[in-house]
Design a binder for this molecule. Structure first.
Ligand code: ATP
Length: 642
């Protein structure tokens, strides 16, 4: 399909080998991708585009493909460098008005009608009469201007940004204005998940480099495409930076990718995650007969600590953000726990607040009071201790494919405990129900959230970057009380308060995030669990995020809040249980046609260590629903027997 659709993506005339990639070809691809909901078709279209880029780039040019990939995922640098777009509505309205000669009021009125500033910009441009055809935009030109916008700061930066945007918009034709504006807003909204980009890159590489000119059978081609995609996904999860992966793909091909792109200190990998379990019995069922270990589940913030051969240190968050500015104390403490034979490493750990005098563990809330930037060691009130639970790289060698028991041994041999600063996650390898129960109670008494239960031996215990794996199970004290797992949900709407709460929002509309479809699916309205003070804080954070209409990537269903928000803020929420709902859209089609909703949701805390894209996904929600149904049917049988 990718080969047969290349003509649709191509621009008529004028894209020769060695030319910069026409932005028109990219935006044509975007509009075709946006028009379909079929994942395979989206992948094929993107593959066609990447294939053209590869075929028409000069031999040593990897920038054309790199910048095209970045624009497809709407990023301008690797995550951990953090060059971000996200220009406010008012600035964009100003630029659209300036470049099209329409008044601010007209642009605003159109936005109210359309609900999508990208569309407004495109329609404004296309209804404008121009005497001269502007010079065609190219991918490198758009990319460098977007970077300039993202990087400009300081007091005259607003005017500078408006002027660059106005210049870009003036040169836009066809679909270009729509996607430039959406890029600037920070979301393309074409339902193009990063996974699709990785698969399309792999497919384009197979077609361009291996398949070209050969007569493979359909089966051979299909199996090679599948193999290529799996290599690409696994390489990228170890080394999530296109800056290294794209050039290596072009020079080494897929077959050489694994040897050239390995976990590298300095480049944060996506952390391994755990599946929830409801009872100790479930843990024993899952890990039956195999060796496992239980560790304290500390209530802090995940910290991936990297040290390079030259001694430089980085601390990354769960989202690969650089946290050196938040934890200068961790960086200062670190050399004391490293042994002389430890030259370079990647540690997986939890940074936990501890009481300065007693050394007791303190809850996550204490850490979240810390500023995210410019923290000075001398101003720090709450001390942080690092609890290491995994070692993923040591002295020049990735350890991903060693068993957890080997990794743990290396960890203990190469680091030393410094009281109040560094320790190993407390663990117990006992495997009976009583032993686990006792350890769980001890963990809760010590201020932890519960236990992490992990496979210890064989390939089932390898470190799996970016996976929510069945080989790591979390056993939280909350589940045992029968309340169930908490969910991380995005606040997408607000309802005005009544009575005492008239000056704030009194309730909120929450959504989960479907990473495949790139859409936010509504799940419940929440109005309990908030103190007056909390409601004021939410008002202050959410009010600037108000938008006129639900954004195109929000699937509202029957929900009708008074105001809509930019999906940005993530809350941890607990619920009594889950039920099928004709109103909300979460996980629609996974269990049944209807969506799933939370009953009696309760606010727990703000998760500012998670971005909207890290919110709980529909598969997790449908799994929770099915487990609940199973538990209820088991419970039902038992009571009948009784
Ligand atoms: P949660 O909201 O429960 O913290 P999460 O989505 O951030 O979950 P999970 O993989 O579901 O991530 O839960 C594991 C989290 O618990 C890790 O991200 C880490 O921050 C924390 N943690 C604390 N102690 C440990 C440990 N011993 N091993 C692994 N993770 C731990």
């Amino acid at each position: 399909e990718a080969l047969s659709r290349a003509a649709e993506v191509d621009v008529k005339g004028g894209w020769k080998i060695g030319d910069p990639v026409p932005y028109a070809a990219l935006t044509k691809t975007f509009s075709l991708i946006e028009a379909t909901t079929k994942r395979l078709e989206k992948t094929a279209l993107l593959t066609s585009f990447f294939l053209l880029v590869i075929q028409r780039s000069k031999k040593d040019d990897s920038n054309s493909l790199l910048q095209s990939v970045y624009l497809c995922i709407n990023r301008l640098s690797p995550d951990y460098v953090g060059v971000e777009l996200g220009i406010g509505e008012s600035l964009l309205i100003k630029a659209i008005s300036e470049s099209t000669g329409r008044s601010l009021a007209t642009v605003k009125a159109d936005l109210k009608k359309e609900g999508d500033l990208g569309l407004v910009a495109m329609n404004s441009k296309n209804s404008q009469k121009t005497l001269f055809k502007p010079k065609a935009l190219t991918v490198p030109f758009v990319f460098s201007n977007l970077r300039e916008i993202a990087l400009s700061s300081g007091h005259s930066s607003q005017a500078k940004k408006v002027s660059i945007i106005t210049k870009l918009l003036a040169a836009c034709q066809d679909f270009e204005a729509k996607y430039i504006v959406r890029s600037l807003e920070g979301k393309l909204r074409i339902g193009n998940a990063e996974r699709t980009v990785l698969v399309a890159l792999a497919h384009a590489a197979v077609l361009a480099k291996e398949y070209a000119g050969k007569r493979w059978s359909k089966e051979k081609l299909a199996s090679r495409l599948e193999e290529g995609a799996s290599i690409m996904k696994s390489v990228y999860s170890e080394l999530p930076t296109y800056e290294l992966v794209v050039p290596a793909l072009l020079t080494q091909g897929l077959s050489g990718l694994r040897t050239h792109c390995k976990l590298t200190p300095g480049v944060p990998l996506k952390p391994m995650l755990a599946k929830p379990t409801k009872a100790i019995g479930e843990v024993l069922d899952r890990f039956e007969g195999r060796q496992f270990t239980c560790e304290y589940k500390y209530d802090g913030e995940r910290a991936q600590v990297h040290m390079l051969e030259d001694g430089s240190v980085s601390v990354f968050s769960r989202n690969s953000e650089d946290m050196k500015a938040k934890y200068p104390d961790l960086v200062e403490q670190l050399p004391r726990c490293i042994m002389e034979k430890t030259k370079s490493f990647v540690l997986d750990a939890e940074a936990v607040a501890i009481d300065k005098t007693s050394g007791n563990l303190m809850p996550f809330q204490e850490l979240s009071k810390r500023k995210r930037k410019d923290v000075k060691v001398e101003d720090i009130q709450v001390k942080v201790c690092l609890f290491a639970f995994d070692l993923i790289y040591l002295n020049g060698e990735p350890l991903l494919q060693k068993s957890l028991s080997e990794r743990r041994e290396l960890l203990r041999e190469h680091f030393q405990i410094v009281p109040g600063e560094f320790d190993f996650a407390k663990s117990s390898d006992g495997s009976t129900t009583d032993e686990i129960q006792a350890f769980l109670e001890e963990s809760v008494k010590d201020g932890c959230e519960g236990l992490m239960v992990k496979m210890l031996e064989s390939d089932a215990s390898y470190y799996e970057p970016s996976r929510r794996s069945v080989n790591w199970l979390k056993l939280k004290k909350d589940y045992l009380a029968g309340v169930g797992d908490s969910l991380d949900l995005v606040v997408v709407g607000g309802y005005y308060g009544k009575g005492k709460r008239t000056n704030v929002y009194g309730a909120f509309l929450l959504a989960c995030f479907d990473a495949d479809a790139e859409e936010y699916q509504t799940i419940c309205k929440i109005g309990t669990g908030f103190s007056e003070e909390m409601l004021q804080t939410h008002w202050d954070t959410l009010r600037p995020l108000e938008i006129t209409k639900p954004r195109g990537d929000i699937k509202p269903g029957g929900a009708k809040p008074d105001v809509w928000f930019e999906p940005k803020i993530v809350w941890e929420v607990l619920a009594a249980d889950l039920s099928l709902s004709p109103v909300y859209t979460a996980a629609q089609g996974l269990v049944e046609e209807r969506g799933i909703s939370l009953r009696f949701p309760r606010f727990i805390r703000i998760r500012d260590d998670k971005s909207a894209d890290d919110a709980t996904g529909p598969e997790q929600i449908s799994e929770m629903y099915e487990r609940q149904a199973l538990a209820q049917s088991k419970g039902g049988k038992k009571s009948k027997g009784d």
